[in-house]
Design a protein around this ligand. Structure first.
Ligand SMILES: Nc1nc2c(ncn2[C@@H]2O[C@H](COP(=O)(O)OP(=O)(O)OP(=O)(O)O)[C@@H](O)[C@H]2O)c(=O)[nH]1
Ligand SMILES: [Mg+2]
Length: 201
């Protein structure tokens, strides 16, 4: 399955976000969890979203058009201890303001490292998404780093979130097709309504 995806713009503030009527799917998660890598893997374009071994790489909202009606939004990661406190606060506010108020938002893919599981921040984000009745998709990232016997423990760690979990690996390709299917389903269920064609005479 091939998704048609293009970088459109960055926004360093809510006021700079695009004014369009695309339904948006936000990619959210802790710094270094693999958000940008997952976007690149999903759309099979290396380097589309910038990735880095250094956490805190993405400090703005990055908008990518996806087909004709959808957009992916690569959010800045939270929880990077080494980022200067003032910058970390700004970045975290930008992300939570966007999730709490953006009207274009239809769904949030919450990425959580499969080896760590959800913490306080992830429960809080899931709460915001549920409070707005947006679709919540949880992706457990970097599952290529789990050993065979660690899968069951991972499922247990994620259970308290009470959400379906998609195990994913941007590196090995696992789970990507399942995630693509979920995203395309959003396009059908939350699609922007088009004028109906005239009935045949
Ligand atoms: N083994 C493995 N490594 C991964 C995977 N996905 C991402 N990584 C690595 O994790 C690091 C961070 O990846 P990014 O995609 O930049 O993470 P991010 O969540 O966008 O980070 P910020 O922009 O800082 O919030 C990089 O070194 C990636 O190569 C994966 O599926 N498997
Ligand atoms: Mg990133």
């Amino acid at each position: 399955m091939k998704l048609d995806c293009r970088f459109e713009q960055s926004a360093a503030a809510i006021a700079d976000c695009p004014r369009w009527n695309r339904r948006e799917i936000a990619i959210a998660g802790r710094s270094n969890v693999g958000k940008s890598s997952l976007i690149n893997a999903l759309v099979s374009i290396k380097g589309l979203a910038r990735t880095s071994r250094t956490p805190g790489r993405t400090q703005a909202l990055n908008f990518f058009s996806l087909g004709g009606e959808l957009a992916l939004v690569d959010l800045p990661g939270y929880g990077y201890a080494k980022m200067p406190a003032e910058l970390a606060r700004q970045v975290s506010n930008l992300m939570s303001d966007f999730l709490a108020a953006r009207t274009n938002l239809s769904a949030v893919v919450l990425l959580i490292d499969s080896r760590r599981g959800p913490r306080e921040e992830e429960f809080a984000l899931a709460g915001i998404v549920r409070g707005r009745q947006l679709e919540l998709i949880v992706a457990a990232t970097k599952v290529d780093k789990l050993r065979r016997g660690e899968r069951a423990a991972m499922i247990k760690r994620f259970a308290p979130l009470n959400a379906p979990v998609l195990p994913c690996s941007a590196a090995a390709g696992e789970g990507l097709d399942a995630l693509r299917q979920r995203l395309l389903k959003i396009s059908r269920t939350h699609g922007i309504s088009r004028p109906r064609p005239e009935p045949p005479v």
